[in-house]
Unconditional design. Structure first.
Ligand code: GDP
Length: 296
């Protein structure tokens, strides 16, 4: 189910409730069940959906609401707040500051859009007057360095990598050192991704993190991975100190639910979303407008 459909299903459920003459337990339950179904179809994790339903029922106690209260408004507001709550882990992520060196490490599975997102993130900041640089610490995937090099060259962003060195930790450290000397204020380290969450991948990620001491680790997740989102995000969080999430491929066939699950699993906010293959198809993520759009 794409985001627009999810929004459509939720607003339909709310509309049906609005059409009812009296809002009683049954009408509320029907509405919540409809919303639950929509969220599950959009791949929001089952437990999150169940908790949300329980919370709303606690907030909206129909017996306690005096006759004069606008029950629909209260219910709608409760749904809005609960969805916002899932997407807002309560504390903002580390935010790099222009002119002050920050190291940002990107992690994620192969194919998640990690390398593309590294360049998008660099390009976004470069347009705002930053001095970003890209380090390719993926020594495993043939072509990873070429891809980063190509993207970086197109965007005129300095890059570092090697065709011969096989130790990703070494490359990462060398790259970070070099760009620190060159006074870059945003040093982005792209790490290796694999198809599966393997112990070796996590160990390598941990070593790169230990050696480069990133100020921020960003977990990149493909929005179309469905119900696997929660477990995948949690596995990454358990290996490195993920501080923020970027959800890619929110265009086209994207499911919205993965974003909610990734936030819940990592307790880190979504900071950007990828909305296409091009460098500038990248948007700052804001919880409230996102949820408003979701609710139609
Ligand atoms: P990596 O293996 O995680 O580094 O993934 P890549 O950066 O190579 O991306 C894998 C594929 O996803 C490429 O074809 C990208 O062009 C594509 N991609 C990345 N981000 C987005 C996005 O936001 N939207 C769409 N439609 N495609 C994307």
């Amino acid at each position: 189910m794409v985001l627009a459909q999810l929004g459509g299903s939720i607003s339909r459920a709310l509309q049906q409730m609005s059409n009812a003459t009296i809002i009683d337990e049954k009408v509320l339950n029907d509405c919540l069940n409809e919303i639950t179904r929509a969220l599950l179809q959009a791949d929001v994790q089952f437990k999150l959906v169940r908790d949300m339903q329980t919370n709303i029922k606690k907030i909206v106690n129909l017996d306690d609401l005096a006759a004069g209260h606008n029950k629909r408004k209260i219910i709608q507001q409760a749904i809005f707040n609960e969805l916002c709550k899932i997407l807002d882990p309560g504390k903002p992520s580390f935010t790099p500051k222009k002119g002050k060196t920050s190291v940002v490490m990107f992690v994620g599975l192969q194919g998640s859009g990690k390398t593309t997102t590294c360049t998008k993130y660099a390009y976004y900041h470069q347009k705002k007057g930053w001095k970003p640089a890209l380090v390719c610490a993926d020594t495993f995937r043939a072509g990873a360095f070429d891809q980063l090099k190509q993207n970086a060259t197109k965007a005129k962003i300095p890059f570092y990598g090697s065709y011969t060195e096989s130790d990703p930790v070494r490359i990462a450290v060398e790259g970070v050192e070099r760009f620190k000397k060159e006074n870059c204020d945003l040093i982005i380290v792209d790490t290796r991704g694999r198809h599966k969450q393997e112990a070796a991948l996590f160990e390598e990620m941990r070593q790169v993190s230990e050696a480069t001491k990133p100020d921020l680790v960003i977990f990149v997740m493909d929005s179309s991975i469905g119900q696997a989102a929660y477990d995948q995000a949690q596995a990454f969080k358990q290996s490195v100190a993920v501080g923020a999430v970027i959800v890619t491929k929110m265009d086209g066939h994207a499911k919205g639910g993965g974003a909610l699950s990734a936030v819940a699993a990592t307790k880190s906010p979504v900071i950007f979303i990828g909305t296409g293959e091009h460098m500038d198809e990248f948007e700052v993520f804001d919880v409230k407008p996102f949820v408003s759009r979701l609710l139609g």
